[in-house]
Design a protein around this ligand. Structure first.
Ligand code: ZN
Length: 555
């Protein structure tokens, strides 16, 4: 039964009565009276029962101690004292019960009190409605915003009722402590929730474990609002907004689009928290995928060409994240940490000119600031999830950096590894510039050999043109090494023939949209932890998986 403030006087009266009863109880004795019979052995060997003898029994710590009362005349006195003790316990129990009910009333009143801001809002809606109704000329937008405000206020009221109804009718479960003990209710506590409909009052029971004193709010757990005053709907919006735009901008967007007033640093905190949850979700999924890999459960193959591509880009980070790292700054220091981004997509068809065409909406992303070893596993798991083991043709597109080869050899040994043609062009231009100066372009023949995949010939021919000047000679040899190291991944004529993509444009565009647009704006200095949380969120959203993640977290 839910009590209202009307119950207040009756509860106070009960309280007074109980206190009076308490003051009348003076002589108290713990324990109880029992009777003892003894079996006595007679001289002839037969046994006879003697008694009863009165016993006073009481617990002392873990032990039960009994004492025989030798004088039967004292028995009524003992009985009265013990009886008084029972009354005392009953009265105290009653006081606690009435006290809890009074506490509930006080809490409920405090929580249900509308904040001055909300009262103002309600008054504002009424004032505007009157003003708008009196106007001659219509103002469509004003009507819309007025009705939206009114609908939100009404909705918040319904939501409050729904929550209470649920609490009154939800089946009562035994609440267990992690230590295994049953937890007992310790009264109720209230908090204000911010929901997508506005502020809502919420009162729920607090449970505590007597032996270990741990506490829980079971209703908070069931409603997914543990240690937060933001409803799940609001947290989802905050996470999304914070992943899309800088936090100040995100807070402003939430105010404009959803009528939510939250501070920028709260958006940051909640978005990062949800990002970490996404990371944990992905890690668990990765575990499952890696364990299931290789089991011949799904024998179906699919005809699409299966592409895996990855690249890195620098994310500006705080100074303390760079200690001991070398970088590209003039003094050798670093300003950024490399975030690696991987993507998986498929291709079946060709466009009108006969060029390979990516399957629409087939691209998914994974990314993090992490070692290439960890990233390799992350990418491999994503490829497994997308159907790596069912794919007939697997192609890996990279820019030819050294760690690329390691990842391909470790995780995708069956794949055709292609080094991006456009990076190769750049290296070709670099060769020409070292040889003939800043304005130079690569000779047409070099380009032809490259496109034909005749890397041996390219290296032979260019190698004959090494300059005499030693530093230039050295950097030209370095460029030639790039071609030599990547020659097996540069059979471009063959790839064209098979209608493969030969450019890593998809992952490069991904680096800009997934990472650059959110994490590389001027003035940004990320913590690695924060950057990874936002990166996880963005990959999840841009891969079309945010809904899956969100659905997975409710029991
Ligand atoms: Zn416990």
């Amino acid at each position: 039964m839910r009590r209202t403030s009307a119950d207040y006087p009756s509860l106070q009266h009960q309280h007074q009565q109980l206190l009076q009863q308490l003051s009348g109880l003076q002589e108290l004795r713990r324990g109880s009276l029992t009777e003892q019979f003894l079996m006595v052995k007679r001289k002839d060997g037969s046994r006879v029962k003697r008694g009863p003898y009165p016993l006073l029994t009481r617990k002392q710590g873990q032990k039960t101690i009994s004492r025989r009362l030798t004088d039967p005349a004292l028995l009524p006195l003992y009985r009265r004292q013990i009886q008084a003790m029972r009354q005392f316990e009953g009265v105290v129990e009653g006081l606690v019960r009435v006290g809890e009910q009074l506490s509930d009333l006080v809490v409920a009143e405090a929580v249900q009190k509308k904040t001055p801001g909300e009262l103002e809002q309600a008054a504002e809606v009424r004032r505007l409605a009157v003003a708008l109704a009196a106007r001659q000329t219509p103002d469509f937008e004003a009507w819309e915003s007025l009705l939206l405000q009114a609908a939100r206020q009404g909705g918040a009221g319904v939501l409050t009722t729904l929550l209470r109804h649920w609490q009154q009718h939800a089946p009562r479960e035994v609440i267990l402590c992690p230590c295994g003990q049953r937890m007992r209710s310790r009264g109720r506590g209230g908090k204000r929730l911010l929901t997508t409909l506005g502020g809502v009052a919420f009162v729920r029971s607090f449970y505590q474990c007597r032996p270990c004193s741990r506490g829980r709010f079971p209703d908070d757990e069931r409603l997914d609002i543990i240690q937060t005053t933001y409803s799940p709907g609001v947290r989802r919006l905050m996470a999304r907004a914070g992943s899309q735009a800088q936090f100040e901008q995100a807070a402003e967007d939430l105010r404009c689009y959803a009528g939510l007033t939250v501070e920028a640093r709260e958006v940051e905190r909640v978005a990062e928290e949800v990002g970490h949850q996404v990371e944990r979700w992905l890690a668990a999924e990765q575990q499952q995928l890696l364990q299931a890999a290789g089991t011949p459960a799904r024998a179906v193959t699919f005809p699409a060409k299966f592409y895996i591509s990855f690249d890195g880009t620098g994310v500006p980070v705080r100074k303390n994240e760079l200690v001991g790292r070398r970088g590209k700054q003039a003094d050798g220091s670093a300003r950024t940490r490399e975030a690696k981004l991987g993507c998986v997509f498929t291709q079946i068809g060709l466009d009108r000119e006969g060029h390979p065409q990516r399957d629409p909406h087939s691209t998914t992303y994974v990314g993090a600031i992490e070692s290439s070893t960890l990233f390799g596993w992350r990418l491999y798991a994503e490829a497994l999830r997308r159907g790596l083991e069912q794919a007939q043709t697997v192609i890996v597109l990279t820019d030819g950096a050294r760690y690329n080869h390691t990842i391909v050899q470790t995780h995708f040994p069956q794949a055709v590894h292609i080094v991006d043609l456009f990076h190769a062009y750049e290296h070709l231009t670099a060769l020409a510039q070292i040889r003939w100066g800043q304005e130079a372009k690569a000779p047409k023949a070099w380009r032809r050999w490259l496109e034909a995949g005749d890397i041996d010939r390219l290296i032979r021919q260019a190698g004959q043109r090494l300059p005499a000047f030693t530093p230039s000679k050295r950097s030209m040899i370095k460029q030639l090494c790039y071609f030599e190291n990547n020659a097996p991944q540069m059979r471009y004529a063959e790839y064209r023939e098979k209608k493969f993509f030969v450019g890593s444009g998809v992952v490069e565009a991904g680096c800009r949209t997934v990472i650059g647009e959110r994490l590389k704006q001027s003035g940004m200095h990320w913590s690695v932890r924060g950057a990874n949380a936002i990166l996880a969120l963005r990959c999840c959203i841009l891969s079309g998986r945010f809904q899956d993640f969100w659905a997975s977290r409710t029991p």
